[in-house]
Design a binder for this molecule. Structure first.
Ligand code: SF4
Length: 237
C-alpha cells in the first residue's frame, strides 16, 4: 500500500538514475491526473493527509513512493503534519525511505517517533554509506536500509542500531547489473551483526523471470521480534 502526501523530487545520487517515480509522474501527467499536473515538481497535498484515517484494516504503508519526504523543498511544518497522521494511526506500519539522510538528521528531534514508523535510508553504493550514520543517530524506533538498486559492493558496514536491510537489483528497460557476491556479502554482514535480511529481487529487464531466490531459497526476514518487544500498549488501541 502506498500513501503520497507529497509528490515530486529531483535526483541526488546514482541510485536515482532510472527513477521510477519520475517516469510514473510523467505518465500520470499525460493521463491528466490532477495530482501530477506539475509533473515531477515537489508538491504537498493537504487533501491526502486524511487518507490513512479511512483505512479499515491494519496496513503496511510505503510513504511517498512518488517523492522524498525529506526533500529540502518540503517544509518541516508539512513533515510534522505527515508524522502527526502516522502517530495517530498506530494500527498501520508506515515505512518512510529517504536519500536525504542529512536533512533527516537535522530534523529528527522535531518529529515524534512512534513505534509504527520505520525509517529507512537508501544505500546503493559505497559513496552514500554515510547515510547509515545519519540514520543511526536518529530517534526512529525501527531503522532500515534499502540497498536497492544495489549498483556496487557495500563492504565493512557498521550496522549498529540498524534493524533491517532490504537488497534488490535494478529493474526496468535499462538496468545496471548487481553481482551475486555483493548480495552474499551484505547477507553475511547482516547475519554477523544480527540484522534481519530481506532479498527482494534480482531485477533486470524481466524481473519475474530472474526472481528472488538467493542460493536456492528466499530471504524474507523482517524486524518483527524487535518491534513486538518494543511495542507499548497504545500500539494496539
Ligand atoms: S530521491 Fe527517490 S524519488 Fe527522488 S529522484 Fe531519487 S529515486 Fe527518485
Amino acid at each position: 500500500m502506498t500513501w503520497n502526501p507529497t509528490t515530486g523530487c529531483d535526483k541526488i545520487s546514482a541510485g536515482c538514475k532510472f527513477c521510477y517515480a519520475e517516469i510514473m509522474s510523467r505518465r500520470l501527467q499525460a493521463m491528466g491526473v490532477e495530482k501530477y499536473k506539475d509533473n515531477f515538481e515537489v508538491r504537498m497535498h493537504e487533501d491526502a493527509l486524511n487518507i490513512p484515517y479511512t483505512w479499515k484494516n491494519s496496513k503496511v504503508v510505503f510513504v511517498n513512493s512518488m517523492s522524498d519526504l525529506f526533500h529540502n523543498d518540503i517544509p518541516l511544518e508539512f513533515i510534522q503534519k505527515v508524522f502527526k497522521v502516522m502517530n495517530e494511526n498506530p494500527q498501520h506500519i508506515f515505512q518512510v525511505l529517504t536519500k536525504r539522510a542529512d536533512r533527516l538528521s537535522e530534523l529528527h528531534n522535531e518529529l515524534k517517533w512512534t513505534h509504527n514508523i520505520w525509517m529507512g535510508v537508501s544505500v546503493e553504493n559505497e559513496k552514500v554509506k554515510d547515510r547509515i550514520d545519519f540514520l543511526r543517530e536518529t530517534n526512529a524506533k525501527v531503522k532500515f536500509l534499502s540497498c536497492e538498486p544495489l549498483i556496487g559492493p557495500l563492504q565493512n558496514l557498521n550496522l549498529e542500531k540498524i534493524h533491517w536491510a532490504i537488497v534488490g537489483g535494478e529493474s526496468g528497460r535499462k538496468t545496471r547489473p548487481m553481482k551475486e557476491s555483493w548480495v552474499w556479502d551484505i547477507r553475511q554482514q547482516c547475519a554477523d551483526q544480527g540484522v534481519a535480511f530481506f532479498f527482494k529481487q534480482w531485477g533486470g529487464t524481466n524481473k519475474k523471470k530472474s526472481g528472488r531466490e538467493l542460493g536456492g531459497r528466499t530471504y524474507d526476514e523482517m524486524p518483527v521480534p524487535m518491534v513486538v518487544e518494543s511495542l507499548d500498549s497504545s500500539y494496539y488501541q
